[in-house]
Design a binder for this molecule. Structure first.
Ligand code: G6D
Length: 346
């Protein structure tokens, strides 16, 4: 039996690329720049198919990135007007001048940092644990926060993401991974012909700034009903206001159940020769269909198509700091953070 292995190599001038391979020939490349997944290369019908979006050098991530495969923190999604109150204090974060909200923890956040890395190899999995200390006040968030993300690749073709964090003061923490899947391996193709299952009865309505309004709406008889597997395309074709507002999906889905017994979401390739199952202990998943129009970057020498990827960003739903019923992302010194998401490739 081939030993699971990790190779370590330079990745541009500033970062390191860790290449994890399992006994089935599946290779996952991750980098300490933003604790990201860069490639997920799956043998399919004798070919090697890279099913996630990623660049070929660290420098590209610093110049044209749209969070490809990145660990997002301290808080995934948008904090409306960048303001929140916690433990009786009010905070104002720096906001994106474009629309006055704070997206994905603010600018120059976790996705731009060089994380420390530790390698671990066991008989059935190989792991890299990335760690980063976010100083007190970084991007306006209180508390020194020690963040850990462990990526494991197993011989059951699972990419396991384990998050841990601790803080010395009350703060907010709601991390996710911003991986974009395209199971054709060709990001010049829209994901419209992919099929999607999402076990969610409700989704969060968004406004023109893609911030949640506070309304949780039933998916019943809407294009958001993926409780039975169907093509993604219908969210690009429909005139339903929530889809035409964002040109697809850019919404939190409130999952009906959490845990690792059954997948909460499944993406299937158009040729049905590959699926990715998502399992998570998080209560929501934000699904974004990469509607960058003609503004998508060049990726691995090709232009990213509009709708050329789809994310499954497991998390507590955006809006948690503002609305009852959206969850809780407060982190306290006496209660360290822990969560797990698994993507199983079949
Ligand atoms: C857009 O609104 C979307 C976000 O959800 C996404 O994470 C980002 O592009 C990459 O801002």
């Amino acid at each position: 039996m081939e030993v699971l292995k990790i190779n370590k190599q330079e990745f541009g001038e500033t970062a390191i690329l860790y290449s994890l391979t399992n006994d089935n020939g599946l290779t996952m490349n991750v980098t300490n720049l933003g604790a990201r997944i860069v490639d997920l290369i799956v043998p399919v019908n004798g070919e090697e198919r890279n099913i996630v979006l990623g660049f070929e050098s660290a420098e590209e991530y610093l110049t044209k990135d749209i969070y490809f495969g990145a660990t997002i923190g301290r808080v995934a999604g948008r904090i409306k007007h960048g303001s929140f109150s916690l433990d009786g204090k009010s905070y104002q974060l720096p906001v994106n001048p474009e629309n006055g909200h704070t997206l994905h923890g603010g600018t120059e956040s976790f996705e731009t940092k060089l994380w420390d890395a530790e390698i671990e190899e066991t008989t059935n999995q190989v792991s890299v644990t990335f760690s980063y200390v976010s100083p007190n006040g970084e991007n306006g968030f209180p508390g020194e926060l020690k963040a850990y993300v462990r990526y494991s690749l197993t011989n059951e073709n699972e990419w396991i993401i384990d998050y841990q964090a601790e803080t010395d003061q009350p703060t907010l923490y709601n991390p996710t991974n911003h991986v974009y899947f395209n199971l054709t391996g060709d990001m010049t193709q829209s994901v419209g012909e992919h099929e999607l299952f999402v076990y969610a009865d409700r989704f969060a309505v968004v406004d023109e700034d893609t911030t949640v309004t506070g309304e949780l709406r039933s998916v019943e008889e809407t294009p958001f009903d993926f409780r039975k597997t169907k093509s993604v395309e219908q969210v690009f074709q429909t005139t339903y206001e929530q889809n035409s507002l964002v040109d697809g999906l850019d919404h939190p889905f409130m999952l009906n159940q959490t845990g690792f017994e059954a997948p909460q979401a499944i993406i299937t390739a158009p040729e049905k020769d590959l699926t990715v199952e998502m399992y998570t202990d998080r209560p929501a998943v934000v699904i974004f269909t990469a509607q960058f129009g003609n503004e998508g970057p060049e990726v691995r020498g090709q232009k990213l198509a509009n709708h050329g990827g789809i994310t499954l960003e497991t998390q507590v739903s955006p809006g948690a700091v503002e609305f009852e019923g959206f969850g809780n992302i407060e982190l306290y010194p006496d209660a360290p953070y822990q969560s797990r998401t698994i993507f199983k490739i079949k």
